[in-house]
Ligand binder design. Structure first.
Ligand code: SIN
Length: 480
């Protein structure tokens, strides 16, 4: 692909303009560590200008017929699908994930538009008679207004569209701060969506080098009524505190620490296949990733050795190369964090059955790793690894294992493998997580409510729940 098609300025009010910051944001190729492009950097002034533009555009968009909004969203789906190859390559170049995963991400990202095109015409209210019979209670759901979106680098397209599509469907306008690691995909997607017919000013994209002051300006803008964030729990807490100053509506998709549970009666081959998806999709950099594997004693040996064999079969390398199934991690700091967790686990008595170290090559590569004999209390079980490392813990007692699986402030995803459906459902209900994969290694679906319990988040994205997050509730007490 040629980068010439990618606009690298800020998108504000439908215009591409230079950033007010004299610096530019260097985008690194994680497969080599070298700079591959740069984009304009926005300042608080640019963030405020984007909120101004969004406020103007939102008023007329909210007054547009739902069917018209729906058709614009459908065109957004189509244009993304038509540009799958180009977008996938762009994602691979700036994020590093293998091309197959990147194409899967484009399909996933586009699907949020198709799903929400169908939802835009189904935002329902209600009408009831007050219990005393003296008036009617009329409930409807107007849009929130201007929504600020702060998105992560692990899904450069899909974590934008999962928020953007329902926000637009409900009649809102948005100001997006993409991550400095992957701004190119954000800018290209916004450009395509404008070409698909999204009116000027509804989508504003302002990358920045100064996230804190950018966010302050966006939150303090009087038109801003909501913040939707995907990222770490640590940053989510900071943003939540800041949003409290203006009592803004929030949706927070935060960190995970998913247990992956394999019972003695599971189909072990299916569990290994599911484990590889739950652990390794998108180069293991997902917040839904299986983070701790609990294998019951009767299958622990077989599961661990088959998982190790599958992990050894992974080809690590530049995601653009054919056959590569695990790309580089996002940066050098990520590699250091992963390696320090692995070395600490080994220090606590675990053994690395495969992998256990970084690759000694340019770029940010880590060997797919399986750790056996991990102590249930080991430090690695308490941290989101965000890398290709699978710590396996053997368990004998289900109740104790469930206590250990729940002994975390995170509650995003969990995976359960058993041939006994009743057991699978009852264990699923006892796990404190917003999403459970029962005999499945993937839970993400635009038609399902994505989100976490406990400190993994607030609110849901996707499904019909996702669109109501971007709506207010107004009730009219009416007599007639
Ligand atoms: C995430 O990692 O934030 C999202 C993962 C997904 O949608 O599958």
């Amino acid at each position: 692909m040629t980068f010439e098609v990618v606009r690298t300025d800020l998108l504000i009010g439908g215009q591409w303009r230079a950033g007010s910051d004299s610096r530019r944001i260097a985008v690194l190729d994680p497969a080599t560590g070298s700079e591959m492009a740069s984009v304009a950097a926005g300042t608080p002034t640019d963030a405020a200008a984007a909120c101004d533009a969004a406020a103007v555009a939102q008023a007329s968009w909210a007054a547009t017929a739902p069917r018209v909004r729906s058709e614009v969203l459908r065109s957004c789906w189509q244009i993304m699908v038509d540009h799958t190859e180009e977008l996938a390559e762009l994602i691979t170049r700036e994020h590093g994930k293998p091309l197959g995963d990147a194409a899967g991400e484009v399909a996933y990202a586009a699907e949020f538009f198709r799903w929400n095109a169908e939802e835009a015409v189904r935002i329902h209210g209600s009408l009831s008679v007050a219990p005393l019979g003296n008036n009617r209670i009329l409930v409807h759901h107007p849009p929130v207004g201007v929504v600020v979106m702060v998105t992560p680098w692990n899904f450069p397209a899909a974590m934008i569209t999962r928020k953007l599509a329902p926000a637009l469907a409900a009649g809102n306008a948005v100001v997006i701060k993409p991550p400095k690691e992957t701004p190119l995909t954000a800018l290209r997607v916004a450009d395509l969506l404008q070409q698909a017919g999204v009116p000027n000013g509804l989508i504003n994209v302002v990358p920045t080098l100064d996230s804190g002051s950018w966010f302050d300006a966006a939150v303090d803008h009087k038109a801003t009524r909501m913040v939707s964030f995907t990222g770490s729990t640590e940053i989510g807490r900071v943003l939540l505190r800041r949003c409290a100053d203006r009592v803004l509506k929030v949706v927070m998709e935060l960190g995970g620490n998913a247990p992956f549970i394999v019972f003695d009666d599971a189909d072990v081959d299916a569990a290994v296949e599911g484990a590889m998806v739950a652990k390794m999709r998108h180069s293991a950099e997902t917040c839904t990733a299986a983070n701790r594997f609990y294998a019951e004693a009767g299958v622990a040996g077989e599961f661990t050795s088959k998982l190790a064999a599958a992990m050894s079969g992974i080809k690590v390398g530049n995601g653009l190369e054919s056959g590569v199934t695990c790309g580089p991690m996002i940066n050098a700091a990520a590699i250091d964090t992963i390696d320090s967790l692995v070395q600490a686990a080994v220090g606590e008595g675990a053994s690395a059955v495969v992998g256990g170290s970084k690759l000694d090559t340019p770029g940010f590569f880590y060997r797919p790793t399986v750790l056996a004999d991990v102590d249930p209390g080991a430090d690695i079980t308490r941290h989101e690894i965000f890398g290709p490392v699978a710590p396996v813990i053997t368990f004998t007692d289900t109740a104790t294992m469930i206590d250990q699986a729940n002994d975390t402030e995170m509650g995003l995803t969990a995976y359960v493998y058993t041939r006994d459906l009743a057991k699978g459902l009852s264990v699923s209900e006892r796990i404190q997580a917003g999403m459970i994969g029962l005999n499945r290694g993937a839970v993400s679906d635009p038609a399902a409510p994505f989100g976490g319990m406990k400190q993994s988040g607030l609110g849901r994205e996707g499904a019909s729940e996702g669109i109501y997050e971007f709506c207010e509730t107004q009730y009219i007490a009416a007599s007639w």
